[in-house]
Ligand binder design. Structure first.
Ligand SMILES: *Cc1c(COP(=O)(O)O)cnc(C)c1O
Length: 315
């Protein structure tokens, strides 16, 4: 199970290895015009430029303490970087299984941490089964991207920081991929202050969590999810462990269009001077269209790794 106290333990476990990221605010605090005040929790300024380092650090430090000497994962994105970074600092081996068409900047970021990269297949099923075949050796552990309580607890430390950094919040917007980030953040917030609304956000093209919550069971939307520019949110079904937590704590889900994602990206760049990745622009887009006025709303800016090739498309 995931509880507030697990998240507090995670914070003790990771706080000296990650950054406590700032909260940026938009809107003139002196103006009385009744508009919303928008806050951004700046995980794009985190080590490895995404929140994934929090969960990975919690999990890998715990595993290393009980004998892990080799960590394996199958993500070429932000989670892969976070795993590679941790292994590098702990002096243990990391193997990252990537698709054969992995983009160069991501490959480079992983290699900068001296991780072994194995390119295998193009689908996540192929990568996962290959990663599974590496786990025969004692001391080798798989580090899941979201469906794991230690990973979720690490991500939940963001929720603890938010509550300390911003008073009287009305709503927190969180992007959803597999649901690890929102499971942690929602547990931290709802078990501390249930008055704060926790709103999950998905691209319309990757609305698996929205459909699953409606149906009351996990729905798989297949390859449709690959169509969104938000590459961190292309999962096609919620996690087995994350889904019940979402059912318990998430107040609602908002869906945003590809156009809204691009507009929010441009807003962050031109109004806040922040380069954020499309998966984070999803949460910003929803926060910018918060239905009520005069409220204090926060978007979790989950990361800032933007593929240079798509910058033009976004802007
Ligand atoms: C992984 C990721 C997400 C989604 O997190 P989940 O735990 O899979 O829901 C959102 N934004 C960014 C930048 C990510 O890397």
């Amino acid at each position: 199970m995931l509880t507030l106290s697990k998240i507090q333990e995670a914070r003790e476990n990771i706080s000296s290895f990650i950054k406590k990221t700032p909260v940026l605010s938009y809107g003139d605090p002196l103006s009385q015009n009744g508009e919303n005040t928008i806050f951004l929790k700046a995980e794009h300024l985190q080590l490895t430029r995404s929140f994934k380092i929090r969960g990975a650090t919690n999990k890998i430090r715990k595993e290393a303490a009980i004998g892990a000497r080799h960590v394996v994962t199958a993500s070429s994105g932000n989670h892969g970087q976070a795993v590679a970074c941790n292994a590098f600092h702990l002096g243990i081996k990391a193997t990252i299984v990537t698709p054969t068409d992995v983009v160069l900047p991501k490959l480079q970021a992983i290699k900068n941490y001296n991780a072994d990269v194995v390119m295998h297949g193009t689908t996540s099923d192929e990568r996962l089964s290959y990663a599974g075949s590496l786990l025969q050796d004692k001391g080798t552990v798989f580090i899941p991207p979201y469906d794991d309580y230690d990973i979720m607890a690490g991500q939940g430390t963001i929720g603890l920081e938010i509550l300390e950094q911003v008073d009287e919040l009305d709503a927190v917007y969180v992007p959803i991929g597999g649901g690890g980030l929102i499971s942690g953040v929602a547990t931290a917030i709802k078990e501390s202050n249930p008055n704060v609304k926790v709103i999950g956000v998905e691209p319309q093209l990757a609305n698996d969590t929205f459909l699953s919550l409606q149906a009351g069971e996990r729905v798989n939307i297949g390859s449709e999810a690959a169509g969104t520019i938000a590459d961190g949110l292309r999962t096609n079904t919620p996690g087995e462990k994350t889904f019940p937590i979402l059912q318990k704590y998430v107040d609602e889900i908002r869906l945003v269009s590809e156009e809204q994602i691009c507009q929010a990206f441009t807003w962050a760049l031109t109004q806040m001077n922040q380069l954020i990745e499309p998966s984070s622009a999803v949460a910003v887009a929803a926060a910018l269209s918060h239905p009520k006025q005069g409220e204090r709303v926060l978007a979790v800016v989950s990361g800032g790794n933007v593929d240079p090739k798509i910058l033009r498309e976004l802007f």
